[in-house]
Design a protein around this ligand. Structure first.
Ligand SMILES: C[S@@+](CC[C@H](N)C(=O)[O-])C[C@H]1O[C@@H](n2cnc3c(N)ncnc32)[C@H](O)[C@@H]1O
Length: 418
């Protein structure tokens, strides 16, 4: 059953769909699924898509043309499973044939034949993978080239980390508890936790949020450790006017409000996503004004009172979080990067007008590509003579590449001359 449902999800992505949306839709149509089923389907679909091209190179040897997305998805899922559980080969093939019967009965024999053929050539898989850069590194060729150019010598480790299951980190709501008390609570619940430099609490392995003591009472949130730099770096002070220009789902909005009593305006373009900001804040006992707006259309939302601090957590390629959203590897095109960069430039230029002289703006992406990061900030500073760079952790900017502790992020801090 898990195989057929995961195949549908992978097939949806092969057809150009969004993985998270497809999964949410599937859960909505199967409300009775136990946690174990949800987890199994998710794990299989996500790991298949994370293994970009590894199963694809095997299929390329066995099929001249790719079949319909659902069956193509099924073959990729089954090959991924065969790599994960070689000792269960016959069970996996039988399950795949059952899944084919359900998805496209006419292709049952083809699925059986391809998988048995693949198994007969299993000792070749490693060599086929090794000979194909995309399969060996698990990312599209253009992505590898860009990361190599942007990240220096850390590029290969960043790709390897980007193929792993992501870590899980906790943010403590310091309005309701202390870091020490939260740490003790997590350890008391049998979890192994490490406190990082920015007070993010890193779990040794992901757990369902239901296992986090105090989650429903708003003591804790799940937020990647890399994302927990934003509020620290922007460092708002009590009484300041703060703009969070691209806010949903509201992780950083909440963190800013946990740090200081500020007057915060949270803007979000997508009205459905804006509701998630409201619900996150409600769980944590925090308040802000949440407004659905395009932050670039300043004349539509700004009352003319300048902000002391602005968080610009802009839309981006999300190349730093691909292990959480592995459909990105399959769906992004290299030409998308210039489009994101153009959109980011518009956002930065628009928001700058609303920043008070002497105020600071934090630019954030979860991208690992220079064009969206340091290149974007260099462009901005060249155009705005009143912008000065503020060092971040002693460096011009903070470039976090994905690793075992955090996802990939970019941070740059700008001050408007007084
Ligand atoms: C990287 S996400 C923000 C994540 C969020 N800051 C957090 O930590 O939870 C970018 C968000 O910006 C929104 N967005 C994109 N373009 C926008 C625009 N022009 N104005 C306002 N929001 C925008 C997207 O819908 C998306 O929710």
């Amino acid at each position: 059953m898990a195989l057929a449902r995961a195949a549908e999800l992978v097939g949806a992505v092969l057809g150009g769909g969004n993985l998270t949306e497809a999964f949410e839709h599937m859960l909505a149509t199967h409300p009775g699924w136990p946690d174990a089923t949800r987890g199994a389907v998710r794990d299989l679909a996500w790991s298949t898509l994370r293994d970009f091209r590894r199963s694809g190179v095997v299929l390329d040897r066995l099929l001249h043309t790719p079949p319909a997305p659902a069956i193509h998805g099924l073959l990729l899922v089954a090959l991924t499973r065969l790599r994960q559980r070689p000792e269960q080969a016959h069970t996996v093939v039988d399950q795949a044939v059952q899944a084919a019967l359900e998805l496209m009965p006419g292709l049952k024999n083809m699925v059986n034949g391809v998988l048995r053929n693949a198994l007969r050539q299993r000792d070749q898989w490693a060599a086929w993978t090794e000979a194909d850069e995309e399969a060996r590194l698990g990312f599209p060729r253009w992505w590898i080239a860009r990361l190599r150019a942007s990240a220096g010598e850390g590029w290969e480790a960043a790709l390897a980390a980007g193929n792993q299951r992501p870590p899980m980190a906790i943010r403590v709501n310091t309005r309701r508890t202390t870091i020490d008390a939260a740490l003790a609570g997590l350890e008391g619940a049998g979890l192994v936790v490490r406190r990082l430099d920015n007070d993010a609490l890193l779990l040794d392995r992901p757990v369902p949020v239901g296992r986090l003591p105090g989650f429903s009472d708003g003591l804790l949130s799940v937020q990647d450790a890399g994302a927990q730099w934003a509020a620290r770096l922007l460092a708002p002070l009590a009484g300041e006017r703060v703009l969070d220009a691209c806010a949903a789902p509201g992780g950083k909005t909440a963190h800013l409000l946990e740090c200081a009593d500020v007057e915060l305006l949270a803007l979000e373009l997508d009205s459905l996503r804006a509701q998630r900001v409201d619900s996150n804040l409600a769980r944590l006992g925090l308040t802000a004004r949440v407004q659905v707006a395009d932050c670039r259309r300043v004349e539509r939302w700004w009352d003319g009172r300048p902000f002391d601090r602005i968080l610009a957590d802009v839309p981006c390629s999300a190349s730093g979080v691909a292990r959480r959203h592995p459909d990105i590897k399959w769906l992004r095109r290299e030409t998308d990067i210039a489009q994101f960069a153009a959109q980011q430039a518009e956002i930065l230029d628009a928001l700058w007008q609303t920043l008070a002289p002497g105020g600071t703006m934090l630019y954030v992406t979860c991208s690992v590509f220079d064009e969206e990061n340091a290149g974007q900030i260099a462009r901005f500073c060249a155009l705005h003579a009143d912008a000065e760079r503020v060092p971040v952790c002693g460096e011009p900017d903070l470039k976090l590449l994905p690793n075992a502790e955090h996802d990939g992020f970019y941070y740059a801090l700008l001050r408007k001359q007084a």
